[in-house]
Design a protein around this ligand. Structure first.
Ligand code: ADP
Length: 323
């Protein structure tokens, strides 16, 4: 019986469970056996595997986190350590391995593929920084959580004539911050892709106060040159010029928890099934994602060689609407 391995790696993202479920049920529907590898690449190195049947993945489509657990595994950068992972693949006679994870995990997938393992990646990270897909699993849920926080903060900000800095995740990518700013109607946004002058932010806040706005909202990406903590220190030192009392809220890992949205469940289900189809068709060393609404496979070497860029026209849109 052909056998497939599946693992989740790196930062967890809501929808990973839906992807595992789709992988297991698609493969088993074709008569393949599936082995779940626990704790990402660490489990592949340590031979920490468990058989997953179609029944084992019941009741998880609506759950955040990952049934298989995830992990960061810095040792996986080392070739001799990766050879132990290849040994595990050989020991269990795996005909393919599906790697569900973000940018780093896809680099690991590429390295594994270089060692001759048939690997297919599934783009999954709330950061939306993976080349080869318009959107990764988990982004939509994280965005909705950030938005709910912005909406709630706006209510209290209006009551007390305050400004809020809201820091959202995204590592080195400003996608989540920019989308939160646009959908949340923020007055300003701070992202790593654009140079930020804190004095300009003060001017933006002053302008909002002069226009009579009861509150002001600035969305800050965690990877920006000035994060929320640094900006709040800067602003507090110049509070007389601001026009508002200002507070900072760092959303942090709250954005990664909770039930995946309908969008993420559907995306994860489609990508999980597509990954199995790619392996069965003999198309290894690719990553599946969604491009212009269609499921598309991109060679892993292209995924790791390229950097996903942010559409900066969206920044213009955010600025134009912040009046
Ligand atoms: P994410 O996949 O969410 O971006 P990380 O960047 O932490 O998360 O990567 C997850 C894991 O992928 C790392 O802990 C490591 O095991 C593996 N990995 C990351 N980069 C590489 C690389 N250049 N070569 C091999 N493995 C890597």
């Amino acid at each position: 019986m052909p056998r497939l391995g599946v693992l989740t790696s790196g930062g967890d993202a809501p929808g990973m469970n839906a992807a595992i479920r789709a992988v297991v049920r698609t493969a088993t529907s074709y008569g393949w056996e599936v082995l779940g590898i626990r704790h990402g690449y660490a489990g592949l190195i340590a031979n920490d595997v468990v058989v997953l049947t179609a029944r084992d993945v019941g009741g998880i489509i609506q759950l955040g986190g990952t049934l298989l657990n995830s992990a960061r595994c810095p040792e996986f950068h080392d070739e001799p350590v990766r050879r132990r992972a290849v040994d595990t693949v050989r020991r269990h006679q795996l005909d393919g391995v599906v790697i569900i994870g973000g940018n780093g995990s896809q680099r690991g997938a590429y390295d594994l593929a270089q060692s001759g393992v048939p690997v297919v990646g599934v783009a999954s990270t709330i950061d939306n920084d993976v080349f080869g897909t318009d959107q990764s699993i988990g982004v939509d849920t994280a965005l909705n959580i950030a938005l709910e926080a912005v909406d709630r903060l706006k209510t209290t900000a209006s009551a007390l004539q305050r400004a809020f800095l809201v820091e959202v995740m995204g590592r080195h990518c400003g996608y989540l911050a920019l989308m939160t700013a646009i959908a949340g109607g923020a007055d300003a946004v701070v992202i790593p892709e654009m140079e930020t002058d804190p004095e300009q932010l003060i001017a933006d806040l002053q302008a909002a106060a002069d226009r009579g706005k009861a509150h002001a909202m600035v969305v800050v990406a965690e990877g920006a040159r000035y994060n929320a903590e640094q900006l709040i220190d800067y602003f507090h030192a110049r509070r007389d010029r601001l026009g508002y009392e200002i507070r900072a809220t760092i959303l942090g890992h709250v954005q990664r928890g909770g039930a995946p949205t309908a969008f993420d469940r559907l995306l994860a289900t489609r990508l999980g099934a597509a990954a199995v189809n790619e392996i069965m068709a003999g198309h290894a060393a690719v990553m599946v994602g969604v491009r212009q609404g269609e499921i598309a496979a991109t060679p892993l070497d292209e995924v790791v060689r390229n950097v996903k860029t942010l559409d900066l026209r969206l920044l213009d849109l955010a600025r134009r609407l912040a009046t």
